[in-house]
Write a protein that binds this ligand. Sequence first.
Ligand SMILES: N[C@@H](CCC(=O)N[C@@H](CS)C(=O)NCC(=O)O)C(=O)O
Length: 201
Amino acid sequence: MKLVYSPPSPFVRKVTTLIHHVGLNDRIELINVKTTALSVAEKARAANPLGKIPVMILEDGKSMFDSRVITRYLDELAGSNLYPKHNIYDILTLEALADGIMESAVSITYESKLRPKNEQSESWMDAQWSKVVHAVKALNDRKFQAMDEELNMGQIAVACSLGYLDFRHDGRQWRNGNSNLASWYEGMMKLPALIKTIPTD
Ligand SMILES: N[C@@H](CCC(=O)N[C@@H](CS)C(=O)NCC(=O)O)C(=O)O
């Protein structure tokens, strides 16, 4: 199997964390691409018409995306039970929240890094950041029970989303007023697979 990926992407990190955690490294060849909304990598487009990563290419040549589909597939393949049946919808909801944080945070990165200054919209970036703020506050207030259960994919996704905020939006200081979540994140960052996948440019 092959994974079309890029180390800074938080969506990719969900998948690579799972791969390290369950020890599937030897079975997956990594194809590193640089792709953005404004400049799509050929290899990403060839495997996913949307041009987005992560994309898995299976042994039979079929493509699989997006991150939530790949993580479920690999979890089943490895038998790692990171989506336990008894609270699957809580876990998927937590993962969806984390993915939403990533979407808003990545879109702010694109707006601020890819577009010329005079075309950037501060109010649009503020609106995206406001989604992040509300999501982080809800996590801090422990509105999602799956955060405090055995290790699951929702928790890994949340850790990847917060790691991305540190990586690209450090100046916005998500920890302010969210010390409860900051301690939870510190605990998560003891997981070796999360340490191995800390984002880099
Ligand atoms: N919903 C997708 C989102 C993936 C995504 O947006 N990936 C970004 C990298 S962080 C990307 O490929 N951007 C290129 C683009 O938007 O064309 C997932 O969960 O995999």
